[in-house]
Design a protein around this ligand. Structure first.
Ligand SMILES: N[C@@H](CCC(=O)N[C@@H](CS)C(=O)NCC(=O)O)C(=O)O
Length: 210
C-alpha cells in the first residue's frame, strides 16, 4: 500500500501521476504548504527535510521524488516504466533520472526560492543563474528527444518522462517556458494527451497548463 503526501503541482505531481498510470492502490494525503504543514512536527517525523513529497511504502516513509519514481518502476515492472537492469537503455535512463533531479530540479529550487543561495540581496543574480541553467538543460533535453526519442529514453514512456514533464510544467511562467523548444512542445502535447493527465489534474484541482 502506498500513501502519498502531496501538494497540488509540487514535486509530488510526478509520483502521483505514475501511481495513477500504474493503477495500484494508493491513498493521498494533502499537505497544506501555504499553512506550513510541511514544517510541522508530525510531517517532519515522516520527512525531516520538510519537503513534499513523502510516500509511505508498506509502513516506511520515503522521499525524493526521483527515487520514488524509480522505486515504483522497480516494484511494478510489468508497466515497463524503466529499462530493466542490463538492458541497453538502462544507463541512459539512470543518467537522465539523476540529471533531471540533481541539476534541473536543483536549478528550479533556486528559481522558486532565490533568496536561499545567497540571501535577499542576491535574488536577481540567483534567478538569472537559475534561468540560465534551466534553459541550458532544455537545450539538452530537446537534443536528446530529437535524437533518441520520441520519449526521453527511446520509444517507451517511463518514469523519466513523468519527472521531465512535471519539471517542464514548472517552467510555465518563466520568460522562456519549455514549450518554446519545438521538440519539447510536441513531447509535452503527447504527455498531456494521456488520459491519466486529466485524472491527475482533476484530483489535484489544477487548471494552469491544462
Ligand atoms: N529533492 C526533493 C525536493 C522536494 C521539494 O523541494 N519540494 C518542494 C515542493 S515542490 C518543497 O517541499 N519545498 C519546501 C521548501 O523547500 O521549503 C524531491 O524531489 O522530492
Amino acid at each position: 500500500m502506498y500513501t502519498l503526501y502531496y501538494s497540488p503541482g509540487a514535486a509530488s505531481l510526478a509520483v502521483h501521476w505514475m501511481l495513477i498510470e500504474l493503477g495500484v492502490p494508493h491513498e493521498l494525503k494533502k499537505v497544506n504548504m501555504e499553512a506550513g504543514e510541511h514544517r510541522q512536527p508530525e510531517y517532519l517525523k515522516l520527512n525531516p527535510n520538510g519537503f513534499v513529497p513523502t510516500m509511505v511504502v508498506d509502513g516506511t516513509p520515503l522521499y525524493e521524488s526521483a527515487a520514488l519514481l524509480m522505486l515504483l518502476a522497480e516494484r511494478h515492472p510489468q508497466a515497463g516504466f524503466a529499462p530493466p537492469p542490463g538492458s541497453p537503455q538502462r544507463g541512459l535512463y539512470m543518467t537522465w533520472m539523476f540529471h533531471l533531479s540533481n541539476t534541473l530540479q536543483a536549478a528550479f529550487k533556486d528559481w522558486f526560492y532565490p533568496e536561499r543561495p545567497a540571501g535577499a540581496d542576491a535574488v536577481e543574480g540567483a534567478k538569472a543563474s537559475a534561468r540560465t541553467r534551466i534553459e541550458e538543460c532544455w537545450d539538452r533535453v530537446e537534443a536528446q528527444i530529437r535524437s533518441g526519442g520520441p520519449y526521453l529514453v527511446g520509444d517507451r514512456v517511463g518514469a523519466v518522462d513523468f519527472l521531465a514533464t512535471m519539471l517542464m510544467r514548472w517552467s510555465r511562467n518563466m520568460p522562456k517556458p519549455a514549450n518554446e523548444w519545438p521538440t519539447l512542445a510536441n513531447y509535452i502535447a503527447r504527455m498531456k494527451a494521456r488520459p491519466s493527465f486529466k485524472t491527475l489534474y482533476t484530483r489535484e484541482g489544477l487548471t494552469e497548463w491544462a
